[in-house]
Design a protein around this ligand. Structure first.
Ligand SMILES: O=C(O)C1=C[C@@H](OP(=O)(O)O)[C@@H](O)[C@H](O)C1
Ligand SMILES: C=C(OP(=O)(O)O)C(=O)O
Length: 431
């Protein structure tokens, strides 16, 4: 049987609903809690394939995890020196975040470990993490001269602090260095070209560790212990909410109320760009969920116009480019995106996938080396398009199809990576 999903065109969307937990924060909650000094209850945990990859790796490292219900788990932390040698290869599945953050943690452990991942992850670059960790005197070796998975981490006596200027803005690389840095002698300093999501930094604070922040640099000194909070309540994922923000903006007569979304300023680039495009998004009920700010969004249909944006804002909306492309397809005029070269090394080459698949729907899009040029308001048609097994491509195609004349998505179930009930919500909002 062909693995496809047919999405039909939708009228005015209506709904008042919650978005599943943030993927980045769910991963970090599990990893930090595993290194904590007492059990942590994680509420609104994102029960998706990527976060389950993190849970499985943590279990393989000797940490007990209880599932209270689908979105609530308890992690029985074993302290920062409590992990034990895994008896098998660790499998990060499709998840770059699982792999790269855990490389930082495991580089500092007194035992041997190995990692693999799925077909997509085995093609993603690893040197960006292996290089700085090797400078810290960690020992990591991997396929094709340390380019790709599988990867082995060989124990070393101790790690040495480094002062590292990152060549790219990447929260995964920054986090791996900070996590290794907490075990290293001296102060590890990492500097980013532009500020990427800071959930790791906030999570360190949640576990009682003070970091030194100056400009786009962060310093961490050797940590004695993690003091665990009793619970962590994960905010809704703005990267998942982004699909509905765009859907309601471009489908006439829509009004959606989306509740309890993380509005950490290092993640809200999507709101800035949509506002520049003329979107009608109200942000209400701002409050705190631990160290992370959250709010409700009210979004109504609007006439959008094309915009230009680039490298500086990119880390604040990196995962939202596929769905912002859809917004641009429905906007008046051209949208020009640059500084998005990182999209070529995600779950798939997202720039190439966006150009190829939306072109099948009639969109006028050119991928450049590091971005996209989208000519708005091209005449769209029904089409069959491929997700490349990339969750964000599948969801962006679904929204474009719903707003245009329908779409058939090949390999649609990859949405389970970050948003397992995406298609159910989509169907409910159309009613
Ligand atoms: O740290 C994280 O949780 C993430 C960082 C980003 O990747 P990079 O660090 O590669 O930019 C992002 O694309 C990914 O979805 C999640
Ligand atoms: C790039 C993503 O995740 P990861 O790097 O963790 O695979 C994503 O969720 O879009």
């Amino acid at each position: 049987m062909k693995d496809i999903m047919k999405i039909i065109a939708g009228q005015g969307l209506k709904g008042d609903f919650f978005i599943p937990g943030d993927k980045s924060i769910s991963h970090r909650s599990v990893m930090f809690s595993a290194l904590g000094d007492k059990p942590v209850r994680i509420k609104n945990f994102l029960n998706s394939q990527d976060c389950l990859s993190t849970v499985k790796c943590i279990q393989a490292l000797g940490v007990k995890v209880d599932f209270i219900n689908e979105n609530e788990i308890v992690i029985y932390g074993k302290g920062i020196h409590g992990l034990t040698e895994p008896s098998d290869v660790l499998d990060a599945g499709n998840s770059g975040t699982t792999l790269r953050l855990m490389m930082g943690i495991l580089a500092a452990q007194p035992f041997f470990s190995t990692f693999t991942g799925d077909q997509s992850l085995r093609k993603r670059p690893m040197r960006r993490v292996i290089n700085p960790l090797s400078e810290m005197k960690a020992k990591l070796v991997s396929r094709e001269d340390s380019k790709y998975l599988p990867l082995a981490i060989i124990p070393v006596d101790k790690l040495q602090a480094i002062n590292y200027a990152m060549p790219m803005a990447s929260a995964q690389v920054k986090s791996a260095i900070l996590l290794a840095g907490m075990y290293a002698e001296g102060e590890t300093i990492v500097t980013e070209p532009y500020t990427s999501r800071d959930h790791t930094e906030r999570m360190f604070e949640t576990f009682g560790v003070k970091l030194r922040k100056f400009g786009t640099s962060i310093g961490i000194k050797k940590v004695d212990k993690f003091v665990s909070p009793e619970e962590i309540v994960v905010p809704g994922d703005i990267s998942s909410a982004a699909f509905w923000l765009v859907a309601a903006s471009i489908i006439p007569n829509s009004k959606l109320i989306i509740r309890n979304i993380g509005i950490n300023p290092t993640r809200t680039g999507i709101l800035d760009v949509l506002k520049d495009m003329g979107a009608n998004i109200e942000i209400v009920n701002e409050k705190w969920s631990g160290k992370e700010p959250v709010a409700d969004f009210i979004v109504r249909s609007a006439e959008l116009k094309g915009v230009t944006f680039g490298a500086e804002i990119m880390p604040r909306l990196i995962d939202e480019i596929p769905i912002l492309t859809v917004a641009a397809m429905f906007a008046e005029g051209d949208t020009i995106i640059s500084g998005a070269g990182e999209l070529r090394v995600k779950e798939t080459d997202r720039l190439a996938a966006i150009e190829a698949e939306f072109t099948k729907m009639g969109a006028k899009i050119q991928a450049t080396d590091d971005g996209l040029i989208i000519h708005g308001k091209a005449a769209l048609k029904e089409a069959e398009c491929y997700s490349y097994h990339d969750h964000r491509i599948a969801m962006a195609l679904a929204i474009a199809g719903m707003a245009a004349h329908g779409v058939t998505i090949q390999s649609p179930h990859c949405v389970d990576i970050s948003y397992p009930n995406f298609y159910t919500v989509l169907n409910e909002l159309k009613k």
